[in-house]
Design a protein around this ligand. Structure first.
Ligand code: NI
Length: 248
């Protein structure tokens, strides 16, 4: 079930049975020569939609632009400042809270968002803690989960791609987007086959170190079939993890 494809009456009805929602959160940033700019937003969106269709979990609209300043030397990348992302997440949560949601699970697709998402959680929780008006509302619980950290998933990725998984523009994330959008599959020869590893600093430094955008990966290994297996396993793991989150 997807919030943005529901009516307000349907959300009213959902809230009678659950106060939980999954929000996919990602980034719009370069993903090497064969990866889509939307990869980091599309992966959690595809996984969450799959889980929502299978289980009835409510999935919100994707927060699809995040912290991508280090990718800004590549065309098409869009970034927020951390302070903007914190403010926007705050407003998303306050809106959902007003309707009665109490448990908000952010399924993240971009490592560069992690620090800012945690800062946003601290900012949002501070609202409640500093509120001395004595409100006795139900507690708000926020959760961050990176899709590749769901139980068993990273192990599956490294088994599927024992060489060239890397850390940016990975074959696993590209495969998931190819499964979601098979018309986007691109046949691009990688040179070098496996991209270099190295530290991440600012945008210009990044482009010098990683000229085609990849870090340590060979995303030419990605296939629609692999993506299907990953989406199947990851969405099942999400359903189980979201269930645990609701129960705690
Ligand atoms: Ni990515």
């Amino acid at each position: 079930m997807q919030l943005h494809q529901s009516t307000w009456q349907e959300i009213d009805k959902y809230l009678e049975t659950s106060k939980g929602i999954v929000i996919p959160v990602g980034s719009t940033e370069q993903h090497g020569p064969n990866g889509l700019l939307g990869t980091d937003a599309l992966c959690p969106e595809i996984i969450a939609k799959h889980a929502g269709d299978a289980s009835g979990i409510l999935v919100g609209p994707t927060f699809n632009v995040g912290i991508a300043q280090h990718h800004m030397a590549f065309s098409g990348t869009i970034t927020l400042r951390p302070s903007t992302m914190i403010a926007a997440m705050h407003d998303w949560v306050s809106s959902l809270r007003r309707h009665g949601f109490e448990k908000i699970y952010w399924l993240n697709g971009h490592g560069g968002n992690i620090a800012t998402i945690n800062a946003a959680f601290a900012e949002i929780y501070t609202d409640g803690s500093l509120d001395t008006s004595g409100h006795n509302g139900p507690p708000l619980v926020l959760n961050l989960k990176n899709w590749w950290e769901l139980p068993g998933i990273m192990k599956m990725c490294t088994k599927m791609y024992p060489e060239g998984h890397g850390s940016h523009a990975t074959p696993s994330e590209v495969a998931i987007t190819y499964f979601g959008y098979p018309e986007s599959v691109k046949d691009v020869a990688m040179s070098p086959k496996i991209a270099p590893h190295g530290p991440i600093h600012d945008a210009e430094d990044y482009r010098r170190r990683f000229p085609d955008g990849r870090i340590g990966s060979d995303p030419a290994l990605a296939t629609v079939e692999d993506g299907g297996k990953l989406v199947d396993a990851t969405s099942k793991a999400l359903i189980a993890d979201f269930g645990k989150f609701l129960a705690t």
